[in-house]
Design a protein around this ligand. Sequence first.
Ligand code: ADP
Ligand code: MG
Length: 462
Amino acid sequence: MMQLTEETRQSILQRLEQAIAPAVFQTWCRNLRFDAVRENVYEVPVPNAFYREWLEREIRDPLEEAFRQIFGRAPQLSFRISDDPETAIVPLEPSSADAPAAPREVPPEPPRPASVPAGAAPLLNPAYTFDTFVVGPTNRVAHAAALSVSENQGYVHNPFFVHGGVGLGKTHLLQAICRAILARNPYARILYLSCESFVNEYIGALQRGRIEAFRQRMRGSDVLVIDDIHFLAGKDSSQEEFFHTFNALHMAQRRVILSSDSGPREIRALKEQLVSRFLGGFEARIDAPTFEMRVAILRKKAEIKRREIPEEVLSFVAASVDTNIRELEGAINKLIAYASLSSRPIDLTLAQETLRDVATAAKQRIGVQKIQEVVSLFYGKRVIDLRSRTWTKSTSRARQVAMFLCKEMTSHSLSEIGSFFGGKDHSTVLYGIGRISAAMTKNEQIRSEVESIRRLLRGNSE
Ligand code: ADP
Ligand code: MG
């Protein structure tokens, strides 16, 4: 059995993404994998029966269509339950929720002999390359430094330390460096990980008495890239460990690349020894994009998604969203989704309506209706099913989750909540809520579903 190449997989996913609601794609499909069993016969590993049933019902058709577009004929697909942890259709990190789709022309992955341990490539988002990174006054220095770090085989800028606020492109830049290094030298040993993974692996290694293996792994790379290093704040023993990792690599003239939400001096509770190490390299800051950069980013995004979007619309969106680039992408994605849902052209009127919705939804508190909408979208149901007496196992589960969240996020009483769900009485509501809270303590799946929905709701209300 073999997997499709990452690039093929991404193109399939990309087509699927265009065919279904963004939230559904993000939650359910982003991490799908396709194992080629025979020619044109694929297995899609899934973590449990619930997912299988759902994918079978909601995703099979658009997925087959995506395969057909790529390979020119309909595939034979089967969803197979597998306990391989790799198949966890992991609820995304909030930070990746609005990650853009992969660009169409992705350069082929450099060949990689089997004896070379898989590098960072599998963890990298194919959309995060230098090509897709828009440069302007607020990130020019960081971009130029990143390019030179990725090109230069010599020993400059060590560590390269890039910092800036949320959603301004730090992860994008770090991953672009990794890609560029790998494109140049497929054998480069690059270790890319979030600081959180560093800390978790360290703690895990301590607990299992595998600290030597951990150290070898961290020190065995030519390039160590750690994203969001500020996560070390206040974690004394992890800081200590990282300090030794850093010194070992530094002495061996290996490259260290770091990102952080603030400059070395501003990271709270960071040991002075680390602060001075960080200051010893090259530090570049990314600031919020200017209006012109925001327009350029939107234009690029439209290009990647192959959408014609009039300049006036781009300007309007760029003027309305001036916080960070992730939100900018969220806004344009919403606009594209609204346009296809309502089969209307993307014009100024539609943009105004869409963004007004976004703005007013943000001001309202989360209400029952919002919860019903998001939950039904998440589970691929219709709102009307949640509000009616329809009974199927999956509808009933979605309804119970929605009631649970209404209790948690609104101030309605149990019987009021019941009235929003087809006139259920308060004991039925109580029973449903109880089922979900009990399930959440035992069942990782449900817990992560509820958490994803909470995030979607909060994302919508900020
Ligand atoms: P951070 O890691 O700083 O929180 P990310 O790198 O995750 O931010 O960026 C958030 C989103 O904005 C990503 O989808 C990224 O591709 C996009 N983005 C950020 N900066 C740029 C840029 N200069 N040009 C194009 N897209 C960008
Ligand atoms: Mg990031």
